[in-house]
Each structure stands twice: as structure tokens, then as C-alpha cells.
Design a protein. Structure first.
Length: 275
């Protein structure tokens, strides 16, 4: 399989596969992670669905809440599984292995992102079963290819943002834990996780220009619900913006990692615990 490929590319691909394998296998060895990643978001989602049902809201609002609960599991993984990962590796004394490895640091983070995406997708099965099975939420006929495209663009943008956050959180040191906590609920609100993002008005439009979660979720809702989703922008426009997010976050993440590597070589204390 590696014939004709540069040795550096083969090494990076192996690093991606190895890091993704660890993330996938490790996720099934800690039952507490399954509860926090799958069950808790589904409980919050059920509360919103039952609230809309009790108020007599249109059935499309129930679907909005279910889709928001599904997407919330990915944001949790981006924050805790990507954003705080390098900081945790530092506290465990393993960060120096990342900088000493002969492969690209971007390859390691890509493996984390790929493994986290697969792991989190398995967790969303709980929310899907609860929302569409137990609660009986329904969607209209949709284009599967368009749904897959929009979903993959959203995930790519989100995990590229996670790569950037992992470097920034490492620079902030002991504040990484507090930053993860502080970003979780505000992003839920600004992304319109359980209601149409258009309801936020200008604030929602501004948030969509910063946070890919809200824009991607809005595009997924429009594919599944059509006009009932009360979308912010046309799906094509949102897809193009998500593509721009991917490029911008990739460049910024690469720049941040390059800066971190230079800092670790220049000062020699980046990998020290509690610094």
C-alpha cells in the first residue's frame, strides 16, 4: 500500500491510524465516558422535546431539539477530547513524546479527531434511538448525499477548531479546564442547539460566523426539514462557509502548533507539568 508514496506521508498516515485506534478502543473501556457522552445529552434533549410537546409547538420543533441533542455530543468531544487533550497529556508527562515523535504533530491531532469522530458517532446512536424511536420524532423525505456532505463539512470544521483549541488551551496552562467549562453552555445557546438559530436575530448571525456548530446544525436541519427548519442561510451558502472554516482553522491550527514547537525548543519548559 505504501509503494510510490513519500516516506514522510506513510509515517504520517500510520500515526493517524495509530492515534485513531487508541481513541476508538480506549473509549469502550471507560463506562463513565459513555454515560457523560451519550446518556446525559439525550436526557437534555428529551426535556426540550417534551416541553415543546406540552406547549403544543409545531412538530418540527421537536425534530430541532433532537438534532441539537445529537450534535451536542460532538461539541462535547471537540472541547474535552480535542481542546483539552494536549493539556492532559502534559499533566500525565506524555507531551514530550508528541514533540519528539518523527511524524507531524498535525498527523497526531488528525488521528485524535478521526478517532473522536468515530467514537462520538457511536454515542449518537443513543440519541437517535431515543429521539426517533422512543419519542417518535419524524423528518421529511431528504437527499442522503446532501445530508452526508453537510454533516462531513460540519465535522471537519468542528474538529479543525478542536485542533486549534488544543494548542491554545495548552498555552493557557491550568486554565484549560475552566475554559472548557466556560465554553460549553454559551456555545449551546449561541448555536441554537434546541431552537432555530434565526430566533437570535443579529446575535445568531454573528455567532454563526464564528462557531461552525450552529451553522452546520442549521444546514443539517434544513436538509431534513426544509422550510420548517426556519434556516438562517441557504444550504449552499452555509456549505461554502463551512468549507472556508475548514481552511481557516487548519491554517491557524498549523501556525499554533508551529509556535508551540518553537516555544518548547526555545524555553524547554512547555512539557513541564503545572506550568
Amino acid at each position: 500500500m505504501s509503494r510510490g508514496l513519500p516516506a514522510s506521508l506513510v509515517l504520517d498516515l500510520r500515526a493517524i491510524r495509530a492515534r485513531a485506534f487508541v481513541r476508538i478502543v480506549g473509549s469502550v473501556r471507560e463506562p463513565a465516558w459513555i454515560v457523560s457522552d451519550a446518556v446525559f445529552p439525550a436526557v437534555g434533549m428529551c426535556a426540550y422535546v417534551l416541553l415543546y410537546r406540552a406547549l403544543g409547538a409545531p412538530r418540527s420543533y421537536e425534530t430541532l431539539a433532537v438534532l441539537g441533542g445529537i450534535m451536542s455530543t460532538y461539541w462535547i468531544n471537540v472541547l474535552w477530547g480535542m481542546g483539552a487533550q494536549l493539556y492532559w497529556e502534559k499533566q500525565q508527562g506524555q507531551l514530550q513524546l508528541y514533540f519528539a515523535a518523527p511524524c507531524s504533530r498535525m498527523a497526531i491531532l488528525t488521528g485524535m479527531a478521526l478517532g473522536g469522530l468515530i467514537m462520538t458517532s457511536s454515542r449518537t446512536l443513543v440519541a437517535i434511538a431515543v429521539g426517533f424511536g422512543l419519542l417518535g420524532v419524524r423528518v421529511q423525505a431528504f437527499d442522503p448525499a446532501l445530508l452526508v456532505l453537510v454533516f462531513l463539512l460540519t465535522m471537519a470544521a468542528l474538529y479543525m477548531l478542536g485542533m486549534l483549541l488544543s494548542s491554545l488551551f495548552l498555552l493557557f496552562g491550568r486554565e484549560a479546564w475552566h475554559l472548557c467549562n466556560s465554553l460549553q453552555e454559551p456555545v449551546y445557546f449561541l448555536s441554537g442547539l434546541y431552537f432555530p438559530i434565526r430566533a437570535l436575530g443579529a446575535l445568531g448571525a454573528t455567532a454563526a460566523g464564528i462557531i461552525p456548530l450552529g451553522l452546520g446544525l442549521d444546514a443539517v436541519r434544513q436538509v431534513l426539514l426544509g422550510a420548517a427548519a426556519r434556516g438562517l442561510l441557504p444550504v449552499r451558502t452555509e456549505a461554502l462557509i463551512l468549507g472556508a472554516f475548514i481552511v481557516v482553522f487548519f491554517v491557524l491550527a498549523r501556525m499554533a502548533l508551529t509556535y508551540l514547537e518553537g516555544l518548547s525548543k526555545r524555553e524547554g519548559r512547555l512539557t513541564q507539568r503545572w506550568q
